[in-house]
Design a protein around this ligand. Structure first.
Ligand SMILES: NC(=O)c1ccc[n+]([C@@H]2O[C@H](COP(=O)([O-])OP(=O)(O)OC[C@H]3O[C@@H](n4cnc5c(N)ncnc54)[C@H](OP(=O)(O)O)[C@@H]3O)[C@@H](O)[C@H]2O)c1
Length: 351
């Protein structure tokens, strides 16, 4: 007897895709059948799921017949092409790419922040940029302490943000830096990565901001429904394999809340773990954030240069909360609202 949904993962062989399989299992997402989709390069590849080996198929417009939930993590161009097909087939679509994020008709959702946008009638959900999600999980709880006027953010972004290939590149370059005989040939598309850092490797616009920074600014405003919020972001890649860190200054319209008030607002906030041990100098690190669903928040302090502002340092696993976990949480909420929906919505697990 089956008791779940037909699920498809587009980009199943990627850095984000792999996390979906673990999360479905870990969180008990009600999967009845699972279709793993990727490019034609991966056809026939086997991926482990619940002690079985599932075979990867090519993602095509015909891949979505009978699918209830389609999770997309295969880049914006794939999403633009295949998301409409999945919607036509009647699936709920949760898209990790940037393809539809800024479309005014598409909900851009971090469940802890604007989960109220999830309802059974809405079939397409965009998962925000990973840096924006991690930022907003930490910043949103502070909104009850006063009107936020401005955010100033500097990021320390890991290789996994650039996908599986960038993780392999950092590993290869690090080995080659320590042992030239390793034979690794450096990818020259971005500056040397081992024992170095560089401005985020996305194109720069006419304002001098790179794509990643521009996404964080636009998406933050959309998610918070604060179109005029002042946001300044500098995005940098650091030689960390997994999990992004961010230095964040939050400026309020009036005098800043105290450190104790900030801690109280963050304590118990969904998706937040405070790591702020001044005595032992223990604060959020990407190593501690890796593999965790929560965003770690610490270095909570007054901005001594501005009595309206507070500063924090945060770290979050961008493959999880910044991508796959956020997507699965959206799907879990859809399941929940469909089950409780008075209109007895059509999405019902076969049982
Ligand atoms: N990495 C992150 O932290 C992060 C965070 C938020 C959002 N995202 C978004 O998630 C998506 C995937 O990122 P990733 O980091 O997982 O990248 P990745 O490790 O490079 O994986 C890319 C995935 O897309 C598949 N793919 C590529 N071309 C395809 C095609 N023509 N048809 C079907 N599948 C294709 C790949 O399949 P093959 O293995 O067959 O090539 C692979 O499964 C991107 O849209 C990215 O912007 C990533």
């Amino acid at each position: 007897v089956s008791s779940g949904y037909s699920v498809a993962v587009v980009g199943a062989t990627g850095a984000v895709g792999g996390e979906f399989l673990r999360l479905f299992e870990e969180r008990g997402f009600p999967v009845d059948s699972l279709r793993l989709l990727a490019s034609e390069r991966s056809v026939g590849k086997k991926l482990p799921y619940k002690g079985r080996e599932l075979t990867v198929e090519e993602a095509t417009p015909e891949s979505f017949g009978g699918v209830d939930f389609a999770f997309f993590s295969a880049g914006a161009s794939r999403s633009k092409l295949l998301v409409p097909e999945a919607l036509k087939a009647g699936a709920y679509v949760i898209d990790n790419s940037s393809a539809f994020r800024m479309d005014p008709d598409v909900a851009l959702v971090v469940p802890e922040v604007n989960g109220n946008l999830i309802n059974p009638e809405r079939k397409l959900y965009a998962v925000p940029n990973c840096t924006a999600i991690i930022l907003l999980v930490a910043v949103n709880p502070l909104r009850k302490l006063g009107t936020i006027e401005r955010l100033i953010v500097s990021t320390y972004q890991s290789a996994s943000g650039g996908g599986a290939a960038m993780m392999r590149e950092l590993e290869g370059q690090t080995k080659a830096a320590l042992d030239v005989s390793s034979g690794h040939e450096r990818n020259t598309a971005f500056p040397p990565y081992a024992f170095n850092l560089f401005s985020h490797n996305t194109p720069i616009n006419e304002h001098g901001y790179n794509d990643e920074e521009w996404k964080v600014i636009g998406e933050t405003r959309k998610i918070l429904s604060m179109p005029a919020l002042r946001v300044n972001v500098t995005c940098v890649r650091v030689p960390v394999l997994r999990a992004h860190s961010e230095s964040v200054t939050v400026e309020f319209a009036g005098p800043a809340p105290t450190d104790a008030e900030i801690r109280a607002a963050l304590q118990g906030a969904p998706g937040v773990t405070i790591v702020d041990d001044r005595i032992n100098n223990r604060f959020p690190t990407p190593a501690d954030a890796s593999g965790q669903g929560d965003v770690l928040v610490g270095r909570i302090r007054q901005d001594v240069s501005n009595d309206h502002a507070v500063s924090m340092f945060i770290a979050g696993d961008q493959l999880l909360k910044g991508a796959a976990l956020n997507a699965v949480q959206i799907a879990e909420r859809i399941v929940e609202v469909c089950r409780t929906s008075k209109s007895g919505h059509a999405l019902t697990a076969t049982s």
